[in-house]
Write a protein that binds this ligand. Sequence first.
Ligand SMILES: C[S@@+](CC[C@H](N)C(=O)[O-])C[C@H]1O[C@@H](n2cnc3c(N)ncnc32)[C@H](O)[C@@H]1O
Length: 211
Amino acid sequence: MRKNQFDYIAKIYDKLAYLVFGNKITYIQQRTFYRLPKEKKVLIIGGGTGKIIPYIEEQLQPNSLTFLDYSSTMIQLAQQVPYKGDIHYINDSYTSLFKQKETYDIIITNFFLDVLPSKALDTFVNDVNKLLNDNGYWVVSDFRIDPHPRKKLLHTSLHQLMVLFFKITANLENTQLPNYIQVIDATKKYKKRAIKYAYFDMMFTALYSKL
Ligand SMILES: C[S@@+](CC[C@H](N)C(=O)[O-])C[C@H]1O[C@@H](n2cnc3c(N)ncnc32)[C@H](O)[C@@H]1O
């Protein structure tokens, strides 16, 4: 199986995520949307089944929406999500974005960084800057491990279970859960505007603007 191949799991992905995290998994992804400007050019990378699309439509009212995912089954599911305007779907790897000249006002990467192994992660967090227009925003949601001993145990155990599950079902390449905020801040390319937590602080969403 190709690495990071979510095709086989796509149809049950949302149900499984809901089973483990309840509605927090959707709630966290839109926690900073109210701070974003409306009617902008929006890009979603690794958007999965597209369950975030209605929230984007309602809260961001994009002028243009591009939805990219590597999995063709995920793209097919996302294409069934009702949306009033046109969505430009791209069934390809995020790496294809760096070979074109399009830039965006708002980029959303929700639970996408955690599929990237360390080197790819470093490259991505540095290079996503090139896809952002001046005054552009980057919304990042993902998992984290809280330093508090009890939370750390819960977060580490749950993360290891998830890695094991996605290794079997999606041939997930990455097994690590770095501190994404530290990794992004170290680039010195973005200004952190807001950060919110959910699910016993195991999930975060951060809003960055381009520096
Ligand atoms: C953990 S899922 C998250 C899906 C969605 N954002 C959500 O929060 O429900 C990761 C998604 O990234 C996609 N993905 C994996 N590797 C990718 C790549 N190289 N380029 C683009 N998308 C990728 C997978 O197909 C999957 O839909």
